[in-house]
Design a protein around this ligand. Structure first.
Ligand code: UDP
Ligand code: LCN
Length: 818
């Protein structure tokens, strides 16, 4: 049988595929449409096909060819009798839409907009028929923007932008003038950098570069820049080329080559040398953002860890670059977050806090204020409820930042939907380069969260969140993703960003073109783990032995206390360890249940769980409360006492580092069983400690771990298979100790090669430099889109946030707002 070629369209292939199995297909489509209008997911389509065909062997034969290719690439179908419309995703980022008439099996291609309208029919008939329904089309603003064309290129934005810049600047000397103008604009607090007005054209700059390079070749390479600073100034050069003659010459050679015959490699190299980023603002408004006693609290997990480590790595890289550029400026990084007066034992009520392990970076906290009277919100609020405060918060933040930095920042980085919105507002107002990061986008976490938004809105306010995401992603100059799958998913599952390409929220907006994952703004820079905390268990000299008694107590004290419940009867057994916030998606209760059910695994290892509280009334988080109750029920149901230890959320990172290593000493393993995990810092932490790791195949961990080599993938929806894989591993380790060591060492090697903060900081600052120029080159298009976003923000978003309830508390006297 024929099979699908990438170049073929579904609409071309489908008639033939249906014709080949016409008898079965006719029955199958009759079945699909008999229940009337509905949305069907792939599994649903397959299940009903099985009922019709009856014989699974027969279905397997049918599926060997074209039909199988089409069905298995289908993400979803909408039944609207007599039609069934299919959303087919032949490969990451590529979508096709067709409708099949169930009566005669004729096939017609349809647009994504038509497909969305079909979906709307089910949930909001009037809206789908409204010819003036609001359609959002961000793609309309970039008809001439270059885009990538292959799935495999996605996430490599900087590289491609360097190519696009190269082709824009190639040709006659005048074509390079935008680069010369850009260099002329570089300054630090008003002092020129790189060149001054003397070198205002490409030809003048080229000539001067030749003279300067000849001069530099004649002096010792290590001559400090100050020694020739004055003569260079006369020729039109300012500081920033390098700290020594050798480095300055090298930077000049790069630029000469770029001006003479641009090539992307030199272009990228030259931009990595340019002094463009000194001051950075990082937004992370929600949650408890602090350095102590915050981890494991609701909404306070990896994002905080990521940002604190990111700041350290960026500051180090900035200091290195600034000194190599021959400059003596101090970089400054401010993490802006919410000030929470009712800080519950954290420092979140403190306005400024310097960041440990840095010299020039701080956390700046600004309170959330109620719009109507400016009064300060006293307590923590869930990340889903923060939208009404972001605008005022950002205004106040902007004033404080301008004061503390004595000017504008050079780069503003947002985190998560609320931080990305704040970053968008601030960057637009100041005209500064903007990056966004989404540690997790909620849209893919909740099935049909777009089409069913009305149902979910009272609890999650997705109307605000998805609009904020759309605006921020489109406003951003570049987007930093942790993995490829975050952007474009995998063969079977759409990526988080990809799910924003076209979707509909009936009654609110039909997003016909949201975000395009082929936009070269997407870049992958994976985080690492702090190597001073998470290092191999074998590194005996560095181990934090001061925590040994506390950890032994935490794991083995047989009594229930405020910190732990349950006990381990056999303390010699290896420990199967997990640690996460007690969110539903983390699936810690799932793991507990799998373990409870698997006698073989229970006989081989103990289970140690870190997460949440024991008393549901201690938690203010809706999901956490129900997970706590479920954990207690499972412990009872499977009688886990004696084999399972449940430890409450742990907030001391150093001690946690030692805990991973203690588990490794027991020849145990780490499990990350999440239903979906955007990235998964605990996976990196465990592997960095030398702990063999089993992690979900849904999301980032599938990319971090090479299955069977540097750890193992598990399917969170297949508990039995997962525990079988774990039990097999531990059984094998009992007879062959080298097996455990092999996986441990391969995990460590994987981290060293791909997941370190050093690699991250270097990539991110290169992005800052390249995209700052790219936004200048595309300023007209950028402005048009910005205006569209502003309109949307003003006329749409501001109304949406009014639907989010503002908690009434004992309010403090209103203070004037900046
Ligand atoms: N963590 C912690 N104590 C806990 C639970 C988690 O210190 O009780 C830390 C964990 O070590 C990791 C972060 O919080 O550094 C969680 O990040 P991850 O990416 O695994 O998940 P997230 O919580 O961000 O979804
Ligand atoms: C949020 C998540 O859910 C995790 O998957 C990430 O590892 C973490 O943020 C840091 O980016």
């Amino acid at each position: 049988m024929a099979s699908l070629k990438r170049s073929d369209s579904m609409a071309d292939n489908m008639p033939e595929a249906l014709r080949q199995s016409r008898y079965h297909m006719k029955k199958c489509f009759t079945k699909y449409v008999e229940k009337g209008r509905r949305i069907m997911k792939l599994q649903h389509l397959l299940d009903e096909m099985d009922t019709v065909i009856g014989d699974t062997a027969e279905r397997a034969t049918l599926f060997q060819g074209l039909l199988g290719d089409i069905w298995l690439s289908t993400q979803e179908a909408v039944v609207n009798p007599p039609y069934v419309a299919f959303a087919i995703r032949p490969s990451p980022g590529f979508w096709e839409f067709v409708k099949v008439n169930s009566q005669d099996l004729s096939v017609e291609p349809i647009t994504s907009t038509d497909y969305l309208k079909y979906k709307e029919l089910i949930y909001d008939h009037n809206w789908s028929k409204d010819e003036e329904a609001l359609e959002l089309d961000f793609g309309a603003f970039e008809p001439d923007m270059p885009h990538l064309t292959l799935s495999s290129s996605i996430g490599n934005g900087t590289n491609f932008v360097s190519k696009f810049i190269t082709s824009k600047l190639s040709g006659e000397p005048e074509k390079a003038q935008p680069l010369v103008d850009y260099l002329l604009s570089l300054n630090h607090h008003g002092d020129n950098l790189m060149i001054n007005e003397t070198l205002s054209t490409t030809s003048k700059l080229q000539m001067a570069l030749i003279v300067a390079q000849v001069y530099l070749s004649g002096i010792p390479p290590q001559t400090p820049y100050e020694k020739f600073d004055l003569s260079f100034k006369e020729w039109g050069f300012e500081k920033g080329w390098g700290d020594t003659a050798e480095r300055a010459k090298d930077t000049m050679r790069s630029l000469s080559e770029v001006l003479q015959a641009p090539d992307p490699t030199n272009m990228e190299r030259f931009f990595s040398r340019l002094p463009t980023v000194f001051n950075v603002v990082i937004f992370s408004p929600h949650g408890y953002f602090g350095q102590a006693n915050v981890l494991g609290l609701p909404d306070t997990g990896g994002q905080v860890v990521y940002i604190l480590d990111q700041v350290k790595a960026l500051e180090q890289e900035l200091l290195l670059r600034i000194s190599q550029q021959g400059l003596n400026f101090k970089p400054q990084i401010l993490v802006v977050t919410r000030l929470i007066p009712d800080a519950r034992g954290t420092k979140c009520n403190q306005e400024l806090e310097s960041i440990d392990g840095t010299k020039h970076s701080s956390i700046l906290r600004v309170p959330f204020r109620r719009a109507e009277d400016g009064s300060v919100l006293q307590k923590w609020v869930s990340r889903f409820d923060v939208y009404p405060y972001i605008e005022k918060f950002t205004r106040e933040v902007t004033a404080k930042v301008l004061e503390l930095m004595e000017g504008k920042p050079d780069l503003i980085i947002g985190n998560y939907s609320d931080g990305n919105l704040g970053a968008t507002l601030m960057a637009t107002r100041l005209g500064v380069t903007q990056a966004t990061i989404a540690h997790a986008l909620e849209k893919t976490k909740y099935e049909d969260s777009d089409i069913k938004w009305k149902e979910l809105d009272p609890k999650y306010h997705f109307s605000c969140q998805f609009m904020a995401d759309m605006m921020a992603m489109n406003a951003a100059d570049f987007i930093i993703a942790s993995t490829y799958q975050e952007i474009a998913g995998s063969k079977d599952r759409a990526g988080q960003y990809e799910s924003h390409s076209a979707f509909t929220m009936p009654g609110l907006a039909r997003v016909v073109s949201g975000i395009n994952i082929f936009d070269p703004k997407f870049n992958i820079a994976s985080p690492g783990a702090d190597q001073s905390i998470y290092f191999p268990y074998t590194d005996k000299q560095r181990r934090f032995t001061e925590f040994t008694p506390a950890i032994e107590e935490l794991l083995f004290n047989p009594n229930d206390t405020r910190d732990h419940i349950g006990f381990l009867a056999d303390t010699k057994k290896p420990m199967l360890f997990t640690m996460a916030r007690l969110d539903t998606v983390k699936n810690i209760t799932g793991l507990t249940e799998w373990y409870g059910r698997d006698k073989r695994l229970r006989s081989l290892v103990n289970l140690v769980v870190v997460g949440g509280f024991f008393n549901p009334s201690e938690s203010k988080d809706r999901e956490e409360t129900s997970e706590i109750k479920k954990m207690h029920a499972l412990i009872e149901m499977y009688d886990l006492r004696g084999q399972m230890r449940w430890i409450r959320a742990q907030t001391d990172r150093r001690r946690n580092g030692e805990l991973y290593r203690r588990i490794a000493d027991s020849k145990g393993a780490f499990v990350q069983p999440a239903l979906y995990e955007a990235f998964g810092l605990t996976v990196i932490e465990a592997m960095s400690s030398g702990l063999p790791t089993f992690a979900t195949n849904q999301g980032g961990p599938a990319e971090i771990i090479v299955d069977g080599v540097s750890g193992f993938h598990i399917d969170p929806n297949g508990g039995e298979d997962a525990t079988r894989k774990m039990a097999d591993f531990f059984e094998k380790c009992e007879v062959e100790a080298a097996h455990w060591r092999r996986i441990s060492e391969a995990g460590l090697a994987r981290i060293e090669g791909c997941y370190t903060w050093r690699i991250y900081a270097n990539k991110t600052l290169n992005m800052g430099s390249v995209y700052t120029f790219w936004r200048v080159l595309n300023k007209h298009q950028k402005l048009a889109k910005q205006r569209y976003i502003q309109l949307l923000y003003n006329l749409h978003f501001r109304n949406l946030v009014k639907n989010v309830a503002i908690p009434s508390e004992q309010v403090e006297q209103a203070k004037p707002v900046a």
